[in-house]
Design a protein around this ligand. Structure first.
Ligand SMILES: [Mn+2]
Length: 315
């Protein structure tokens, strides 16, 4: 448990949330883990709305459609705001509002000056959301349990990054939902559509690799589905994969590490953080999965990522 300053445990946060109404905010282009966490807390506590600045990403949109989850893109009127799964608080303009934070991203720099529950050991925010609800003495219903289990599946890379706590949470959730993993995978459509298939195949065709002390560092460019391509590259043998896409001048680089890459001490937040500073962009994520956004030439960015990654490989 990482607790700084006014840090609370999930149970303490849950009990604090009982004291009055609050809205929930998720990060820009929210993913499944963020949306599931927000929705489960919304249902259990009766929170009026979920604010998703910039909308939901592709997977979260699909989940919202299947589960009939409503999220608004403009900030709702509220005196208290619970921000979930959102590493960069300054991306939200929330002056004059009581802020509460629930997150599993490691704190970068100073801990936030507000009430927060941040557990960087949790492999998903959905696991923390379950503990918040349980800690408040509330119950999770079947749909929330399914959504949280799907959030965990997605943030852990189908359990590859799961911990003992992950499996304990999933066991409770499947029990409540009366469901199993196979059913969840079918329900939340983990199969690739044609667009994703093409992006992955093209990404693999364009892939370049260098070898540094036995680790394979790979890069590629596609126009969409860069996280699927980055994961496919790791599946194909990359120890670090960097995939750039150009979105109307804004370049996004999605990066993934193999287990070996993580064990060898590679750390994507510090690699992408350095490149982000060099190119005046921003980055966020976890040791093994992270994203960088900035403007510039995609090839120059990929080269910078690969050379920064190579220089961090210990002899
Ligand atoms: Mn997350």
């Amino acid at each position: 448990m990482t607790a700084h300053g006014t840090g609370l445990t999930p149970g303490e946060l849950g009990r604090k949330l009982l004291s009055g109404p609050f809205c929930i905010a998720v990060h820009m282009h929210a993913d499944r883990d963020a949306l599931a966490s927000a929705w489960a807390i919304q249902r259990s506590f009766g929170s009026p709305s979920i604010w998703a600045p910039g909308g939901l990403d592709r997977d979260a949109s699909a989940m919202a459609a299947v589960m009939d989850i409503a999220a608004v893109e403009t900030m709702p009127e509220c005196g208290r705001l619970l921000v979930v799964d959102t590493q960069e608080i300054p991306q939200l303009d929330v002056s004059g509002i009581e802020l509460l934070i629930l997150d599993h991203h490691p704190i970068q720099g100073e801990s936030p000056q507000c009430t927060h529950c941040i557990d960087a050991d949790a492999r998903s925010c959905s696991e923390l959301a379950l503990r918040v609800v349980e800690g408040a003495g509330l119950s999770i219903d079947g749909p929330s349990a399914e959504a949280l289990a799907a959030g965990i599946l997605s943030d852990t890379g189908r359990f590859r990054r799961g911990s003992a706590a992950t499996f304990a949470a999933v066991a409770r959730l499947l029990d409540v939902a009366g469901s199993d993993i196979e059913h969840l995978l079918l329900k939340f459509g983990q199969g690739k559509g044609r667009g994703e298939q093409i992006a992955v195949l093209k990404g693999l065709e364009r892939m370049r690799h260098v070898e540094k002390r036995g680790l394979f560092l790979c890069s590629s460019e596609v126009s969409s589905y860069e996280s699927s391509v980055a994961s496919a590259m790791v599946g194909a043998g990359a120890d670090a994969s960097f995939v750039a896409s150009d979105r109307e001048g804004k370049i996004r680089v999605t990066a993934r590490l193999s287990q070996r890459g993580i064990e060898c001490g590679l750390d994507l937040p510090s690699i992408l953080g350095d490149v982000a500073r060099q190119f005046c962009g921003r980055s966020g994520g976890h040791a093994g999965a992270a994203v960088l956004e900035c403007t510039g030439d995609p090839e120059a960015l990929l080269n910078a990522c690969i050379s920064r990654c190579a220089s961090s490989i210990r002899g």
